[in-house]
Design a protein around this ligand. Structure first.
Ligand code: GLU
Length: 474
């Protein structure tokens, strides 16, 4: 193909990959694969102050964990590398020089103090703080002298006055900007490292990117990018600014105060990559049908830019749980076993084989296993009152547990034998099970306790009953 579709994912290593960025990567990936194009990964690490050590490696890993392998990028290289921005500094210098020579960018020698002062004055006058363009007035001779004297500088772009810039967003349609609202953006910082705005334009062009998907928080940056493309005489890739995620249970954007927001965090909680992907597909895109369950291959086939939604996407964690449940139930026994093993590393293979059929239908996410099976691996503390929660007489509770204890010489037909014992003694079933459940699990909310007993074993079962008896006797 002459002009293949080329999309790119350009995360910054400033922390864990946000779940919104994972959705962006998914749409990038789907469009590229659908059109037999390429999906490129580029690490945008120009903001050194915000760099979080190790997060670059983790970004790559989490994309792989979700099955979004890139065609060009870190680790594998490609025709348009390097794919890490700090390894591309000479390239940016060269293009920056071009802009300075043409008069579209200029040196700025203003000190931080001076800039702060100017900003304060503008704020006091209720104006939007912008660079006052003081250095634009310097004569070529003064600039030369300043440079020769080694005065630190940044390079700024020259923004034309009072011009309307029109931009066609693939999601939002026509968007207009007035250049009076655009600051003379710093393109190169005093340390010789470009800012995001400059590097992103140079790289998207040089890497022959045809479509840019990114979060709508980047929309205000568009006029700066339009101007840079114009100064260079380059064609601008098509852009789609994707809607933000809203948390239905709390006003505003999704926040980590109300649950994880990182792609890795969801995996750590035991959401399946396939379920997450399916959930994200429908967060900002809709097929126009009732179809909800999508494999990656089906999504690649059906994805259409025209069906991206403008409205904010509601990140409904209950819906995610629903998808996760569906995908968990579809796992093969081998895969299910591996997940149980991963989340319950202290469990033996035998224990897992007992627990799997009991818990498979109940778990929403695999991390639930940890709390619901804790009693198998330790004796949890609880109060005597909890044993008697249903108003049971302590003497009766002692009687119940003492008789029940005799049942565990073997573990066959447990359910029937327990029910027989209850019947023989004319006990209340609910009352018996509250005492028994708390004695075994240390909690009133537990998985089906009798089914879990074989995983607990005779010795531990009897020990736990003895602990409960001790509490009741004291
Ligand atoms: N490096 C930016 C970020 O991590 C990407 C913005 C873009 O895709 O242009 O948010």
């Amino acid at each position: 193909m002459d002009n293949p579709i080329r999309t790119r994912m350009a995360p910054s290593p400033t922390g864990e990959l946000h779940i919104g960025s994972l959705r962006t990567a998914l749409y990038d990936y789907a469009l590229a694969k659908q059109q037999q194009g390429q999906f490129i990964l580029r690490i945008e690490d120009t903001d050194q102050k915000r760099y979080v050590p190790g997060s670059d490696t983790r970004l790559l890993q989490v994309l792989k964990d979700f099955g979004l392998n890139w065609d060009e990028g870190p680790e594998i290289g490609g025709q348009y590398g390097p794919y890490i921005q700090t390894e591309r500094l000479p390239i940016y210098q060269q293009y920056l020089k071009e802009l300075i020579d043409k008069g579209d960018a200029y040196y700025c020698f203003c000190t931080e103090e001076k800039l702060t002062q100017a900003r304060e004055i503008q704020k006091a006058a209720k104006k939007i703080p912008r660079y006052d363009r003081c250095c634009l007035k310097l004569s070529p001779q003064q600039v030369k002298e300043n440079l020769a004297n080694g005065i630190p500088y940044v390079v700024r772009m020259k923004v034309p006055e009072n011009e309307t810039l029109i931009f066609n967003d693939l999601v939002r349609g026509e968007v207009k900007f007035n250049t009076n609202d655009v600051d003379d953006q710093v393109l190169m910082k005093s340390n010789g490292i470009p800012t995001y705005h400059f590097a992103v334009v140079v790289d998207d062009h040089l890497m022959k990117i045809t479509h840019v998907f990114r979060g709508e928080e980047w929309l205000p940056s568009v006029p700066k990018h339009i101007l840079l493309y114009r100064y260079f005489g380059w064609e601008m890739p098509q852009h789609a600014h994707l809607s933000i995620f809203l948390d239905p249970s709390h006003p505003g954007k999704m926040s980590k105060r109300y649950g994880t927001v990182s792609a890795q965090g969801f995996l750590a909680e035991g959401y399946l990559p396939e379920a997450m992907m399916n959930f994200l597909m429908l967060l900002g895109w809709n097929p126009g049908t009732e179809k909800e369950i999508y494999s990656l291959a089906e999504f690649i086939n059906d994805f259409k830019i025209e069906r991206l939604n403008k409205k904010p996407a509601i990140f409904d964690r209950k819906k995610l749980d629903y998808f996760n449940g569906i995908y968990i139930r579809q796992l093969s026994s081998e895969k299910l076993f591996d997940y149980f093993k991963k989340f319950l590393p202290q469990a033996s293979d035998d224990q897992i084989n007992i627990l799997m059929p009991v818990l498979k239908e109940r778990i929403i996410k695999f991390s639930d296993l940890v709390s619901s099976t804790k009693f198998l691996f330790e004796d949890l503390d609880y109060s005597k009152e909890l044993l008697l929660k249903k108003g049971t007489d302590p003497k009766l509770a002692i009687e119940m547990l003492t008789q029940a204890k005799n049942l565990f010489t073997d573990f066959s037909n447990l359910q029937t034998r327990i029910m027989d014992l209850i019947k023989q003694n004319n006990w209340n079933t609910g009352e018996f099970f509250m005492v028994f459940r708390v004695a075994i699990c240390g909690s009133e909310y537990t998985p089906p306790v009798v089914d879990c007993l074989p995983a607990l074993g005779q010795e531990a079962t009897i020990r736990k009953i003895d602990i409960a008896l001790n509490k009741l006797l004291n």
